[in-house]
Design a protein. Structure first.
Ligand code: IMP
Length: 353
């Protein structure tokens, strides 16, 4: 008979951080620097998702301008994706931005990924985001080993997604330089409904962080991050970066037109890459769907939205008395809140009927 082991898993809304003594005068004293590796340091720990409604070249340059990063999605022809990589690469070479910036693009683990990787590399990509829904997989092992063999340490391999420390360890042993953590938590994701599998993203971060900290392989928390508060919780739990889709969807530098109607006002499309709509556009059709297509309100400029997030994160660190992300991880105290506390934690004024 199968032995069942019941383990509780925590999501962002299940926890809060304990306010701690702080001697931080202003938010500007808080340093949000995070480095992907020796070559690339960002001044904000935020990465825009490789999704067709989030990151193409304009988003990549806009995010870099504000000290963050974005990964150009792979649902483009090889030529289109390499042209975008070339555009970003040229922008980084000619702009007055400080330091070297990573030109990042996603590839898959099947099909044309080897030819794609070659073209992306030749056009300037130096971060390959090997993008698979279930990254703890033989196909991921083959892809990481192939990329490492072919390009050596000249490229940074960002691999994922995974949800467990065993998977994190395996990806490192296969050659990953950073790992995306989170399965089934994305705002447009139906993986948990369709497959019964997944782990709340916060729980995965908590479990994978010790591996990340002992190996130095950076942890990118990905999926279900809804606010700057969730970003602070992710960093406190041990993430080095967060990858976000919905938080940036609907901003001006994301691909797609601004739509408008009388009831909705201005809005933009946001969809999962495994949604019927995205799969139909890129593959013709697919019988297996693990995402949904939606719309989000138009939010204004990408830079303003990211700056607001950054202000929230800085404020969050100061509530823990932490001057940087490392200190937040080391000193913050997280506790589980009751369901009535979760209600109290969101705006709960009684509205006039
Ligand atoms: P969000 O920030 O909660 O909107 O989640 C974005 C993340 O969801 C991405 O970075 C991907 O890891 C993941 N994702 C993107 N498309 C899909 C999908 O169709 N199904 C499941 N997960 C997805």
């Amino acid at each position: 008979m199968k032995t069942l082991s019941y383990r509780k898993a925590l999501a962002f809304d299940d926890v809060l951080l304990r306010p701690l003594y702080s001697d931080i005068g202003t938010r500007s004293e808080v340093d949000l620097d995070s480095s992907l590796d020796d070559r690339w340091g960002l001044t904000l720990p935020i990465i825009a998702s490789p999704m067709d409604t989030v990151t193409e070249s304009s988003m990549a340059t806009a995010m870099a301008d504000i000290g963050a990063m974005a990964v150009i999605h792979r649902y483009l022809s090889i030529k289109e994706q390499s042209d975008q990589v070339a555009e970003v690469s040229e922008y980084f070479t000619n702009c007055n931005c400080a330091g070297t910036k990573p030109v990042a693009a996603a590839i898959g683990i099947t099909g044309d990924y080897k030819v794609r990787a070659r073209m992306l590399y030749e056009h300037g990509a130096r971060v390959f985001c090997i993008d698979a829904a279930h990254g703890h997989h033989k196909g991921m092992k083959n892809a990481i080993e192939y990329i490492r063999e072919e390009y050596g340490k000249d490229v940074h391999i960002m691999a994922g997604n995974v949800a467990t420390p065993e998977a994190y360890m395996d990806l490192i042993s296969w050659g990953a330089d950073s790992v995306r953590v989170g399965i089934g938590g994305g705002s447009i994701c139906t993986t948990r409904i369709k497959t019964g599998h997944g782990i709340p993203t916060l729980q995965s971060i908590l479990e994978c962080a010790p591996v990340a900290k002992t190996t130095g392989v950076k942890l990118i928390a990905d999926g279900g991050i809804k606010s700057s508060g969730d970003i602070v919780k992710a960093l406190a739990a041990g993430a080095d970066f967060v990858m976000v889709g919905s938080l940036l969807a609907g901003t001006d530098k994301t691909p797609g037109d601004i739509l408008e109607d009388a009831t909705e006002g201005k809005y933009k499309s946001y969809r999962g890459m495994a949604s019927y709509e995205a799969q139909k556009d890129f593959k013709g059709a697919s019988r297996h769907i693990e995402g949904v297509a939606s719309v989000v309100q138009y939010k204004g400029t990408t830079s303003q939205v990211v700056e607001r997030l950054a202000a929230g994160i800085r404020s969050g660190l100061s509530y823990s008395g932490a001057r940087d992300i490392k200190e937040l991880y080391e000193t913050s105290e997280m506790f589980v809140q009751s369901s009535s506390s979760t209600t109290e934690s969101s705006a709960h004024i009684l509205l006039r009927k």
